[in-house]
Write a protein that binds this ligand. Structure first.
Ligand SMILES: Nc1ncnc2c1ncn2[C@@H]1O[C@H](COP(=O)(O)OP(=O)(O)OP(=O)(O)O)[C@@H](O)[C@H]1O
Length: 318
């Protein structure tokens, strides 16, 4: 559905050339729900703008929904929906009219546009708001209207740029449920950016992390947590001296040497907590060390992000 090879984009500014995207190579298959993550300035928007034909690449190639973004931008546009960060809907119209007008712009007949609008209003819980002016909608309703606008022509692929930003937690949860359902009910491929890693974690089955214009990680949230951050094992011993001994005993299990002690507590990252734990317990036992508590925590996607980019996405969003 999306195939890019060495896609680059640079900008010439007064102070020199900015390489916004450098060699993006990516394959997304039909029906995937992919979260595209990266710190500020990583090149997400520039990539999205190239994939949606709003910006020409400097070099490299990309086919989106079967059409080349440079040779056949109209072909791409007919098959995709794009919901940007700003609101797509105008302010003067009523919600129902807005959707029908959008459908007409995509070449649907008025009857088709009406049927489709009614269906989308039902799917996105906008029923009963048909006559409401778009300026009188809540943030969540507006965002769902934006998504309905992006879907009116039944695209195979939907790009969403920060779909849930600015919404309260309840509306965000609702919106994500809608997004996941779109994929499940219609097989729509979804490619989105977000600053909410916990939401990407629960909704997207694939996460692509970009930094400095290139992909630095690509996998399921679980893969990335295992490979990149590792599980955190916390051992609570009886004393600081015991902690030092325990640290020595278990040092060999720490992935990439990530082990620290603080007071009677030892913390280490391991590739897989479930298989490392019995070995850690045996090693402590062999030295006659008493462990008061043992905890294994799966890392969050934020831990993965921090390990990969040296920045938390929350910091970078601030
Ligand atoms: N029109 C432009 N002219 C010059 N530089 C640009 C232009 N657009 C983007 N850039 C630069 O390219 C780099 C990538 O920007 P981009 O907007 O793609 O990042 P992003 O990952 O979307 O960031 P954010 O999360 O802040 O939206 C940044 O250094 C940015 O300043």
């Amino acid at each position: 559905m999306i195939h890019t090879r060495d896609l680059t984009r640079s900008f010439t500014t007064k102070s020199g050339t900015v390489q916004a995207v450098r060699g993006l190579t990516l394959d997304v298959e039909a029906g995937e729900l992919v979260a595209f993550l990266g710190p500020n300035g990583a090149g997400k928007s520039t990539s999205l703008r190239m994939l949606t034909t709003l910006l020409a690449p400097t070099s490299g190639s990309a086919t989106v929904a079967g059409h080349d973004v440079v040779a056949d931008p109209h072909g791409v546009r007919r098959r995709i929906g794009y919901v940007g960060q700003g609101h797509g809907a105008g302010y003067g119209q009523r919600l129902g009219e807005e959707l029908v007008t959008q459908g007409r712009l995509y070449g649907l007949t008025r009857a088709e546009a009406r049927t489709r609008a009614a269906r989308l209003m039902a799917d996105l819980e906008l029923e009963g708001l048909e006559k409401r002016h778009t300026s009188q909608l809540s943030g969540g309703q507006r965002r769902r209207l934006d998504i309905a606008m992006g879907l009116i022509h039944r695209p195979d692929l939907l790009f969403l740029d920060e779909p849930s930003t600015g919404l309260d937690p309840h509306s965000r949860a609702n919106l994500w449920a809608h997004i996941a359902r779109l994929r499940d009910d219609y097989g729509t491929t979804i490619f989105l950016t977000t600053h909410y890693l916990d939401e990407a974690d629960t909704t997207a089955e694939r996460v692509v992390v970009i930094d400095h214009g290139t992909v630095i990680a690509d996998g399921t949230p679980d893969d990335l947590k295992g490979k990149v951050a590792g599980d955190l094992v916390t051992l609570e011993t009886a004393s600081e001296g015991d902690a030092r001994q325990a640290a020595e005993a278990v040092a060999a299990f720490a992935a990439g040497g990530s082990l620290d002690t603080s007071g009677p507590t030892v913390r280490l990252r391991v590739d897989r907590g479930d298989s490392a734990l019995p070995q850690i317990l045996r090693a402590a036992d062999a030295r006659g060390l008493e462990l008061r508590t043992v905890q294994v925590q799966r890392p969050s996607l934020d831990d993965v992000f921090l390990t990969l980019t040296g920045r938390s996405l929350r910091e970078s969003a601030a």
